[in-house]
Design a protein around this ligand. Structure first.
Ligand code: UGA
Length: 443
């Protein structure tokens, strides 16, 4: 099938590459010349395991092309995916200007029947706006060409994007046209196994499904974070509680890890946008508003603990202290720093007067864009520990799971660890002489 994917960001690039991998002819489009030139030469603008190899292979085999020429890509394709960004606007709602401008460009370029697919996360009602924008352009050209608009939200996770795309739990297709549903099913058939599901539904429900899924997951994490905070006060162990509740098949074990608050480009943005959508139709979504607030507070948990333990009072209670940080990206296996809890935590530590020395396996370059020369950056995970008063773990990269504790002890001024991801066993940490502060369990 001939497919174009407009917007070569995270979702667009992964989707386009995976569609090519399953044998389709794919053209990835972006307005960013530099990005497109890079991609043609195999330079991948994001870090995502396995993506580079797949882009190169499909490029060599001629199934995956990159261009800035949207018109030509649309003319050649039956299915046109819109996968451009929907950043939060000033009021928290998703900014649709890029999506609608692509829709208009498609309307200007198309010469035959097209299936136009909203792949970006867009609020309920966007498909109608896309349809109207395309129609307006066709009318302005004085032509009548049929087209369909489909909502096909994406559920992939960064760091596991290719696997999530190629082996999805489900594919949601929002359309009111049977023929279009069949074409979309055919496109996805390569990724369907017995156990996963293709769900065809009306367009608005498909649009809402994406927000509901992310909002539910963000709520679940936040709920667990608050249970963890309570566990600490009550002397309970949140990891045991997680096992205890997760074993109920109605609850399940996933996405119940407490931590330093959810981050990334999706949960914070989508929760905000759904609250905003609710406000727009005069519905007060109190639960989600509370989730947002609780998550902001959770991002302060670690710096508060450090201040309580090491603070010397005054304006700059951590003056003269050096804090070693492990993990800057919002989660492992990505270099993405968007809404990363490390931003809040480190800025707070700096405000309190501490100096910060940080390690991250992938995100140092991204982190420099945020912190500049206000913190130190290290390629070796043990280097920031030299002379530090404490080690703080913010992101659960695998290399932090079994570190050389003897070495850490010789490098730190105090054997003091604040762990925002519960990587270690409190009992064992005590045995080997550490003062350990995990989340939601006694150290
Ligand atoms: C999320 C969803 O999981 C995807 O299904 C969705 O497609 C994507 O948003 C999107 O809308 O595009 P992603 O943002 O890549 O994916 O990352 P997640 O793995 O979901 O993690 C989000 C945040 O929750 C991270 O900060 C992570 O540390 C935190 N988290 C996750 C926890 O604190 N505890 C958990 O148990 C799980």
């Amino acid at each position: 099938m001939k497919v174009c994917v407009i917007g070569s960001g995270y979702v667009g690039l992964v989707a386009g590459t995976c569609f090519a991998e399953s044998g389709n002819d794919v053209i990835c489009v972006d307005v960013d010349h530099q990005k497109i030139e890079g991609l043609k030469g195999g330079v991948i603008p994001i870090y995502e395991p396995g993506l580079k190899e797949m882009v190169l292979r499909n490029g060599e085999e001629g199934r995956l092309k990159f261009t800035t020429d949207l018109d030509a890509a649309v003319k050649e394709s039956l299915v046109c995916f819109i996968a451009v960004g929907t950043p939060p606007g000033a009021d928290g709602s998703a900014d649709l200007q890029y999506v609608l401008s692509v829709a208009r460009n498609i309307g200007r370029a198309m010469e035959s029947f097209k299936i136009i697919v909203d792949k970006s996360t867009v609020p309920v009602g966007t498909a109608d706006k896309v349809r109207a924008a395309v129609k307006e352009e066709l009318d302005a050209r004085g032509v009548h060409i049929e087209f369909d608009v489909v909502s096909n939200p994406e559920f992939l996770k960064e760091g596991a994007a290719i696997d999530d795309f190629m082996k999805p739990d489900r594919v949601v297709i929002g359309t009111d046209n049977v023929r279009t549903a069949e074409i979309m099913k055919e496109l996805y058939s390569a990724f369907m196994r017995k156990s996963n599901r293709m769900l065809v539904m009306d367009i608005r429900s498909a649009e809402m499904t994406k927000y509901a899924a992310n909002a539910m997951l963000a709520t679940r994490i936040t709920f667990m974070n608050q249970i963890a905070n309570l566990c600490e006060r009550m002397g309970a162990d949140v990891m045991a509680v997680r096992e205890g509740i997760g074993s109920d098949s109605r609850i399940g074990y996933d996405f119940l890890f407490p931590g330093v608050g959810y981050g990334g480009s999706c949960f914070p943005k989508d929760v905000k946008a759904l609250v905003r959508t609710a406000d727009e139709c005069s519905y007060d979504f109190v639960l989600l508003k509370a989730v947002e607030e609780a998550n902001e507070r959770q991002k302060r948990i670690l710096s508060d603990k450090i201040e309580r333990r090491l603070g010397q009072g005054g304006d700059k209670p951590l003056a003269g202290m050096s804090i070693a940080v492990w993990g800057l990206s919002f989660k492992p296996r990505t270099d993405d720093m968007r809404e990363a809890p490390s931003l809040t935590i480190i800025n707070r530590l700096l405000e309190l007067g501490a100096t910060v020395q940080a390690h991250d396996p992938e995100a140092l370059t991204e982190a420099k864009k945020h912190f500049g020369d206000r913190i130190g950056y290290h390629m070796n995970q043990y280097e920031p520990l030299k002379g530090a008063n404490a080690l703080v773990i913010i992101t659960e990269w695998n290399e932090y799971r079994n570190p050389d504790f003897d070495r850490i002890k010789t490098l730190l001024v105090n054997p003091l660890v604040f762990d925002g991801r519960n990587l270690y066993q409190p009992g064992r940490m005590r045995e080997i002489g550490y003062e350990y502060h995990p989340i939601g369990r006694n150290g």
